[in-house]
Design a protein around this ligand. Structure first.
Ligand code: PHE
Length: 369
C-alpha cells in the first residue's frame, strides 16, 4: 500500500504572450493546454512507474514539450523570441513539477518497499484466560444448576445481624472466635448494628429466606474474608459457594444424595463420599463431607495427607432456630445447607499445593489454565 499525499506544489500559471499572428495564437493555446493537462495528469501519478511514463510522455526526447518547442518553425519570425520563452517556461514548469512529485513519491515510508503490507499476518494480541477460581465457580454452579439450584449473590460488607446473629451465633457465642472476623470501623444504618467483611456466604441463607417463601433452592458464590495469617492453605480472603434447599419434607437423605451427586460430577462418577459429624451453630445435625482420594484410590498419598480421604465441604440440616428467625414454620419446613471452599476444590482438582498462587498474579501460574 502506498500512502501518498495530494501533490503539494503550486501549479505555475502559463505565461501568456501577445501574439502577432493567428498561427502564433494557436500555438500559444496549445502550450497552455499542454501545461495544464500535464500537471493534472502528474497529480494522479502515485508510483515510480507512473512517474517514468509521465516523464517520457511530457519531458522525453519525443515528448509533447519537445514537439511544442519544434513548432517554433511555424511561428512568424517576429513572434519567435516570445514563443521560445513561453515554450521553455512550459518545459521548466513541467520539469520542476516532476521533481517535486518524485520527491513526494520517494519520501521514506511511501516507497513500495517501506509500505505496510496488509497481507502479512498480524501480531496476535495476547488474550488472557479464565482464572482457575472463576472456572471452578462456573463448574460448581453448572453442577448445581442442573440439579435445579438458582444462583444468587450478596454483599461482601455485611451486618453482624446476618453474618452471625440470625445464624444462631449470638453475641458472646464462642463460635464467633473461629471466624476471625475483620470488623469495619463504622456502624450500620440504624447506628447500632456493626459492619464486618462477611466471614462466610451463609448470611445469604438468611437474606434469601427473608425475601421469599419456600420452596428455596439456591447457591451463592462469593468472596469471604477472615483475619488470618496466610500460609499454603490459608488466605485472608477466599471464595465460597453456599447452598440452601428448604421445603416441606426435605430430609438428610436429600442432603446426602445432592452432595454425593455434586462430588461425582466434580471428581468422577466412581467417587465415594464420607460424612462425619461436625458442628456449625446454624445446622443440626452438622457434618463434613469427604471424598475418597481420586489420586491414590484410598491408599494414602500426598494429596489426601495419607488418610485416603479429602474433606471438601461443611453441611447440615438447617437449624430450627434459623428457620424460625426468618418466619418459616420449622414444624412444616425443613432444609439442608452446605458451604464449599472454592480454592480448596480447585487445588484438589488441579493438584495445586499453595492457595496463595491464586492471588499472586504470577502469569507463569495463570497461563497454565
Ligand atoms: N459457613 C460455614 C463455614 O464457612 C460452612 C457451612 C455452610 C456449614 C452451610 C454448614 C452449612 O465454615
Amino acid at each position: 500500500m502506498t500512502r501518498l499525499r495530494a501533490a503539494t506544489y503550486n501549479q505555475p500559471a502559463f505565461t501568456p504572450f501577445l501574439p502577432e499572428s493567428a498561427i502564433t495564437q494557436e500555438v500559444a493555446a496549445r502550450a497552455a493546454e499542454l501545461q495544464s493537462r500535464a500537471l493534472k495528469e502528474l497529480s494522479t501519478v502515485s508510483d515510480a512507474e507512473g512517474l517514468e511514463a509521465w516523464r517520457v510522455a511530457y519531458l522525453g526526447r519525443k515528448s509533447e514539450v519537445t514537439l511544442l518547442k519544434r513548432s517554433i518553425t511555424d511561428v512568424p519570425p517576429g513572434d519567435r523570441r516570445e514563443f521560445g520563452q513561453a515554450a521553455n517556461a512550459v518545459g521548466e514548469a513541467l520539469a520542476s513539477a516532476f521533481e517535486q512529485r518524485r520527491a513526494d513519491i520517494e519520501r521514506p515510508g511511501t516507497k513500495d518497499s517501506d509500505a505496510l503490507d496488509v497481507t502479512l499476518p498480524g501480531r496476535p494480541s495476547r488474550i488472557g484466560s479464565i482464572h482457575p477460581i472463576t472456572s471452578t465457580v462456573r463448574e460448581i454452579c453448572a453442577a448445581f444448576g442442573e440439579m435445579g439450584f438458582g444462583v444468587v449473590e450478596g454483599p461482601e460488607v455485611e451486618l453482624d445481624h446476618y453474618n452471625f446473629e440470625k445464624l444462631n451465633i449470638p453475641r458472646h457465642h464462642p463460635a464467633r472466635d473461629s471466624f476471625n472476623t475483620l470488623w469495619i470501623d463504622k456502624t450500620g444504618d440504624d447506628g447500632e448494628r456493626p459492619l464486618l467483611l462477611r466471614t462466610h456466604t451463609s448470611p445469604m441463607q438468611i437474606r434469601t429466606m427473608e425475601r421469599q417463601e419456600p420452596p428455596v433452592r439456591v447457591i451463592v458464590p462469593g468472596k469471604v474474608y477472615r483475619y488470618e495469617a496466610t500460609d499454603a492453605t490459608h488466605e485472608w480472603h477466599f471464595q465460597q459457594i453456599e447452598g440452601l434447599a428448604v421445603d416441606e419434607g426435605v430430609t438428610f437423605a436429600d442432603l446426602k444424595g445432592t452432595l454425593y451427586e455434586f462430588a461425582r460430577r466434580m471428581f468422577g462418577a466412581e467417587r465415594k463420599v464420607r460424612f462425619r459429624c461436625d458442628f456449625f451453630p446454624f445446622v443440626e445435625p452438622g457434618v463434613d463431607m469427604s471424598i475418597d482420594c481420586f489420586k491414590c484410590g484410598g491408599e494414602g498419598c500426598r494429596i489426601c495427607g495419607d488418610t485416603g480421604w479429602i474433606e471438601i465441604l461443611g453441611a447440615g440440616m438447617v437449624h430450627p432456630n434459623v428457620l424460625e428467625g426468618v418466619g418459616y414454620d420449622p414444624q412444616r419446613y425443613t432444609g439442608f445447607a452446605f458451604g464449599v471452599g472454592i480454592e480448596r476444590i480447585c487445588m484438589i482438582k488441579h493438584g495445586i499445593d499453595d492457595i496463595r498462587l491464586f492471588y499472586a498474579n504470577d502469569l507463569r501460574f495463570l497461563r497454565q489454565f
